[in-house]
Design a binder for this molecule. Structure first.
Ligand SMILES: Nc1nc2c(ncn2[C@@H]2O[C@H](COP(=O)(O)OP(=O)(O)OP(=O)(O)O)[C@@H](O)[C@H]2O)c(=O)[nH]1
Length: 347
């Protein structure tokens, strides 16, 4: 049971957003950092709450089992963990946290009455970042929690920086590859569908030649932002594939839904009204889209790799360029067999 969830998330750091404006990664950084306290004594929980509630979002648990479940489902930045608890020993709880990929990254500080150096060594060897003995010196506890929270904050900043494209602010190629791979695997595993769109700015070389590279960069940023603005669900994902090419991954989206999104993209970029005297399809900047829908159908299993999925979408992108640009071409996997027509009747 969660004893109390004390304060709603609040914005604390606008700089995280400035770095990555428009990305979903940045949104997660708007929260106040979350400190979880696990201790079977209510008085200890209340004391910790009083100590930290003004700085952090504090979540209190009087048993380890519920705390572990919560840590797997919600964002937790640091855990203060008691050792002697009736439902589970702190060592066991720490071992579970560290062996689960969903919680392994969360730093754990043991706060315990056990002051033997063997216990401390054991706790640290299990992966805890610190070990504090009771009775606690509140100034030291506060300082150590602050230090570890700072490390968590900077680690997250590094993760953001290494996953965001510096020019456009959308996810970079590395992050795109990771998300696409994960999404494709889960689509197959859970028998779902997904849409992948490869999106390319039309006649971008002549744009750079006519208006200069700096204006070209500006155009890329505006188009990236426009593509990002079309996302409807939190799970919709936009990344820069390279150069003037972007990719959009839409989980649980079939052909009909994918085409609606593609039309919206075409229209949103046209509506930017970025003048382009050298464009072939219009007098302004447009995009072309190659769209592939993958449906994990049991009756027609088609085993393709994520690389093949990208290739199929790319092929449609080239077809869209060949057909006059400013349009979407699509392909559906698996290609369903055409119904067998009745044999003509011979008289
Ligand atoms: N300004 C700017 N230009 C870039 C960037 N990345 C790639 N480009 C340019 O994008 C242009 C892409 O040109 P091409 O691949 O020939 O394609 P295109 O002219 O758009 O022609 P189509 O794709 O057939 O419409 C090249 O001139 C690249 O230099 C970038 O970060 N900034």
């Amino acid at each position: 049971m969660s004893v109390s969830e004390l304060r709603p998330n609040q914005e604390i750091d606008a700089s995280a957003v400035a770095l990555t404006s428009g990305t979903s990664v940045a949104n997660s950084e708007l929260r106040k950092q979350t400190l979880m306290v696990v201790d079977d004594y209510q008085s200890n929980l209340q004391a910790m709450n009083a100590l930290f509630e003004y700085q952090y979002q504090v979540v209190l648990f009087d048993n380890a089992k519920d705390a572990l479940t919560h840590a797997q489902q919600e964002s937790v930045d640091l855990i203060l963990l008691d050792l002697d608890m009736p439902d589970m020993h702190g060592y066991e709880a720490c071992t579970e946290l560290k062996s689960n990929p969903l919680t392994a990254h969360i730093p754990v500080i043991f706060v315990t009455a056990s002051d033997s150096s063997d216990d401390e060594a054991h706790g640290l060897l299990l992966g805890a970042v610190d070990y504090i003995t009771k009775p606690v010196n509140l100034t030291i506890l506060r300082a150590r929690v602050r230090n570890h929270m700072e490390l968590v904050y900077y680690r997250k900043q590094l993760e953001i920086l290494s996953s965001v494209d510096g020019l456009t602010g959308v996810a970079n190629r590395r992050q795109l590859d990771t998300v696409l791979l994960q999404q494709f695997a889960s689509t197959i595993r859970f028998g779902r569908c997904m849409t992948l769109m490869m999106i390319d700015i039309d006649d971008f070389k002549p744009y750079n030649d006519l208006y200069g590279h700096m204006q070209g960069d500006d155009c890329l940023k505006r188009v990236a932002h426009a593509i990002q603005s079309v996302r409807r669900r939190e799970s919709d994902f936009v990344g820069r594939y390279g150069g003037e090419e972007f990719a959009m991954v839409l989980p649980d989206t079939d052909l009909e839904g994918g085409l609606v999104m593609a039309q919206k993209l075409l229209q949103t970029v046209r509506a930017l009204n970025i003048e382009h005297q050298g464009a072939t399809a219009a007098d302004r900047v447009t995009i072309s889209i190659g769209l592939t829908v993958y449906e994990a159908k049991q009756e027609y299993p088609e085993h393709i790799s994520v690389e093949e999925l990208i290739k199929l979408a790319d092929r449609q992108l080239y077809a869209a360029k060949r057909d006059g640009k400013n349009r979407v071409n699509y392909y559906q996997v698996p290609k369903l067999p055409t119904p067998i027509k009745d044999e003509p009747q011979h008289e």
